[in-house]
Write a protein that binds this ligand. Structure first.
Ligand code: HSE
Length: 438
């Protein structure tokens, strides 16, 4: 029997509003979400208008009330900053409540203390949203890649700076104007210096390194250079030399240095870095983040997606809440399974007839090289309601010609009718190729 799980939300800013909006609309999502109830929410100002509807009796300006509320089983901390976030997390743990947090600054600096308190209290502190926004990277490092000996974790883990660098490189956009836009889009930290000076990325690589290599990382020892002194001319020169400039965070295992305690030597840093144009991280642009994990035996695996913003970060927060909800359900059932790990079906699905699928198409016809062939093909597509994006004739010679067409998105049924009619046209010898086109 499913039991309601009370969620206490600390903060209703960019990420908090995203979380509330998911919890308020469970339709079409995993059924466990319907068991979650937004029981209490701490806000800074009760009068402020909000993008998401919350009954006023659930709002409070005192975050302690949220943590202490007996109807709150899981505390979600999305206030950001070190204090009062750290104290509230510790208070929740002391009250025997699991915590979900997006707070990389707190975890990078106080993760050890928090983890020890959580272990002693028998509760979880989950942090998927703290690194990479919506990208699942914490859970893969903790679980899916657990059999690997990790050699290196490197990546673009600050959306704001990647957004700024991409716009500067692509459009020559002005640094300050783009930073302002990133703030308006909800990507930037309250103090954007945390982004542009590299401290946010340093927090995140410290967290990733701790998980990848299994030991706590001294956050204050991570050498950090941001992008605030990066000049447009360096981006230009790098481009001319075949590189892109990215703010990269890197953590790698180094050769043993004979540490008497057997401690693992790591090289960790954050700095603007030239990335060859054909490197997997080079194509990561805008607010997107990507984390490349290199290990034995997996080789290289890359995690890519939106690294900041309300929806993506809320997606990661709610995933963590679901993990805790799954464990609670497992513990309260008699011999049951964790519903997320078991991944049992929760609704019916069916495959539609392929004529209902819509897509763009690439087609190649073998034709005679004669007047009017392209025109007839074009008309035939038009009569069947298929809109052409481009039509090109290649290799015209005595033996004939090849006509290549890319269509706009169209239903497969209409496309098949058009192809049938076209292959019967005078001058069209055969349909030589037909592929989908993304
Ligand atoms: N300011 C952060 C970024 C938000 O730009 O990546 C996500 O942690």
């Amino acid at each position: 029997m499913a039991t309601r799980i009370g969620i206490g939300l600390l903060g209703l800013g960019t990420v908090g509003a995203g979380v509330a909006s998911i919890l308020n609309s469970p339709e079409g999502r995993h059924p466990l979400i319907a068991d979650l109830e937004l029981a209490r929410v701490a806000v800074r100002d009760l009068q402020r208008s909000r993008p998401v509807a919350i009954p006023t009796d659930r709002l409070t300006t005192d975050p302690n009330e949220v943590v202490d509320d007996p109807n709150v089983h899981v505390v979600v901390e999305v206030i950001g900053g070190i204090e009062p976030a750290r104290t509230l997390i510790m208070r929740a743990i002391s009250a025997g409540k699991s915590v979900v947090t997006a707070n990389k600054a707190v975890i990078a600096r106080h993760g050890e203390e928090i983890a020890a308190a959580a272990a002693a209290a028998g509760v979880y502190v989950l942090i998927e949203a703290a690194v990479g926004g919506g990208i699942p990277i914490i859970e893969p490092l903790k679980q899916s890649l657990g059999s690997n000996r990790i050699e290196r974790v490197s990546g673009i883990i600050n959306g704001t700076t990647n957004y700024i660098l991409s716009r500067m490189a692509d459009e020559g956009a002005d640094y300050h104007a783009v930073l302002k836009e990133a703030q308006e889009l909800g990507y930037a930290e309250a103090d954007p210096a945390a982004d542009v000076d590299g401290h946010d990325a340093a927090d995140k690589i410290a967290i990733l390194a701790g998980l990848a290599f299994g030991g706590p990382i001294e956050r204050s020892a991570v050498p950090t250079t941001g992008i605030s002194n990066l000049q447009g001319r360096d981006v230009d020169y790098a481009t001319q030399l075949g590189y892109g400039v990215k703010l990269l965070a890197v953590a790698e295992r180094l050769e043993s240095d004979g540490d008497p305690m057997g401690s693992l030597p790591l090289g960790v840093r954050v700095q603007p870095t030239l990335v060859p144009k054909d490197h997997p991280l080079a194509g990561v642009s805008g607010v997107n983040n990507a984390i490349l994990v290199e290990g034995d035996p997996i080789g290289r695996v890359m995690f890519y997606g939106p690294g900041a913003g309300s929806g993506p970060t809320a997606s990661a927060v709610v995933a963590d809440i679901l993990n805790i909800a799954g464990i609670r359900q497992l513990n309260s059932s008699d011999g049951g399974l964790d519903p997320l790990l078991a991944a049992s079906s929760w609704r019916s699905c069916h495959l539609v007839d392929s004529s209902r699928i819509r897509q763009r198409n690439y087609v190649r016809f073998n034709t005679e090289d004669a007047p009017g062939v392209i025109g007839r093909i074009g008309s035939c597509f038009g009569e069947q309601g298929v809109s052409i994006q481009s039509i090109v004739q290649f290799d015209a010679c005595d033996e004939g010609a090849e006509i290549v067409v890319i269509t706009h998105e169209v239903g497969n049924g209409a496309m098949q009718n058009a192809l049938q009619a076209i292959t019967s046209l005078p001058g069209v010898r055969s349909l030589a190729a037909h592929f989908g086109c993304f």
